[in-house]
Design a protein around this ligand. Structure first.
Ligand code: NAD
Ligand code: DAU
Length: 353
């Protein structure tokens, strides 16, 4: 078996669903079910003995020790995190707790478990730390994309806690020999993404005839990757990556925010036209995010060269799939968007009024 943390969130759940679809090996899925975790996403696995879901906190050492001892996983894939930059600016405390203390607790549980394994199982054991490109800070337009050796320059409370988490993982490899691997991925999009993030928020707001809030001048650049391609890259890193190494994951899809929003509006205009006008009419310019990183771009050549990974989706094909998925799963979005989420939208909106 493998143990996955945060497997009820956006990327973790896509990873678990893809894994159980393609591999004959079970998953223990530990997730705290914060506002971002959703068991509805894993509904198709109900009753499947190869998926063991445990509602648990990665800061809780005794739960982790118990699960490792009971299920004896051969690997840990660590997705659990507080992941939204705007929320980290509003209230960083949960980010410090889960992203730093949680990763520390998981590393310690993994180290004690791993130390007690027989030699051949110790050699085969892997700890994959799913990190982000944001730890490298912000690029100017003329800068080369981030490589695995780019300097850590985190700018937001979110990215600072992810950077701390990466440093702990690195040290646990260097000092204790724990076979860790870290991945740095660019912005993901696709099915089951919580609608606080740019792409699903724009789709859901557009359909509800609400404003499409674009921060600042809308010229910020993100390097978009379809979530299924991120999951296939993590599987490659888990199977063939070299312990102690880090691997960048990205799709070579640098797009300005306003262009992303316009592409989404145009797709919706085609697939589900409004009675009058275009979805573009709902675009609203709002106040800048504090400390807003201008540009992210990823150089993923190492992953291609060493592990033979390449993405399947272009940004156009992935975006069309995503828009169609949200149109076909409006109930999932309704169930996901709780009162807490409506409150968050109010808070975020008032700050930018
Ligand atoms: P998400 O916010 O959608 O999901 C996070 C999951 O972690 C949720 O299910 C939540 O319940 C769970 N969780 C939170 N705190 C926990 C705790 N203390 N114990 C156990 N579970 C807890 O996040 P995501 O977008 O799926 O991101 C997953 C990972 O991938 C994160 O580490 C993130 O930094 C990284 N990442 C995300 C992106 C992106 O674009 N979304 C890009 C690169 C890297
Ligand atoms: O780069 C990887 C990171 O991508 C992940 O590590 C993070 O977990 C993930 O949240 C994401 O961070 P971003 O801040 O880039 O994603 P977000 O979807 O929040 O915003 C994308 C861009 O769109 C960013 O420049 C801010 C802008 N934006 C966002 C929202 C929610 C808007 O203009 N309007 C909005 O309403």
């Amino acid at each position: 078996m493998i143990l996955v943390t945060g497997g009820a969130g956006f990327i973790g759940a896509n990873f678990v669903l893809d894994w159980l679809d393609g591999v004959d090996e079970g998953v223990i899925n530990v997730d705290k079910l914060t506002y971002a975790g959703n068991l509805g996403t894993l509904k198709s696995l109900h009753g499947d003995p190869s998926h063991i879901f445990v509602r648990g906190d990665i800061c809780d050492r005794s739960t982790l020790d118990l699960l490792l001892a009971r299920h004896q996983p051969r690997a840990i894939v660590h997705f659990a995190a507080e992941s939204h930059v705007d929320r980290s600016i509003h209230g960083p405390s949960d980010f410090v707790q889960t992203n730093i203390v949680g990763t520390f607790t998981l590393l310690e549980a993994a180290r004690f478990y791993w130390n007690a394994l027989p030699a051949d199982e110790r050699d085969a054991f892997r700890f994959v730390n799913v990190s982000t490109d944001e730890v490298f800070g912000s690029l100017e337009q003329s800068d080369a994309p981030f490589s695995e050796t780019s300097l850590y320059t985190p700018n937001s409370p979110f990215s600072a806690t992810k950077a701390s988490s990466d440093h702990l993982v690195r040290a646990w490899h260097h000092t204790y020999g724990l076979p860790t691997l870290t991945t740095h991925c660019s912005n993901n999009y696709g099915p089951y993404q919580f609608p606080e993030k740019l792409i699903p928020l724009m789709i859901i707001n557009a359909l509800a005839n609400r404003q499409l809030p674009v921060y600042g001048d809308g010229q910020h650049v993100r390097d978009w990757l379809y979530v299924g391609d991120h999951c296939s890259a993590i599987r490659k890193v888990l199977a063939k990556g070299r312990p102690g190494e880090s691997y960048n994951i990205g799709g070579c899809n640098e797009v300005k925010n306003i262009e992303v929003v316009h592409m989404l509006c145009d797709l919706l205009d085609d697939i589900r036209p409004k009675r009058k006008g275009s979805y573009r009419d709902q675009v609203t310019w709002v106040t800048e995010r504090l400390g807003h990183d201008r540009r992210y771009a990823i150089d993923a050549r190492k992953l291609g060269r060493e592990l033979g990974w390449k993405p399947d989706e272009t940004f156009e094909s992935g975006l069309e799939k995503t828009v169609k998925w949200y149109l076909e799963h409006e109930q999932w979005a309704d169930e996901t968007t709780s009162d807490e989420f409506q409150d968050w939208l109010q808070i975020n909106c008032q700050k930018r009024a």
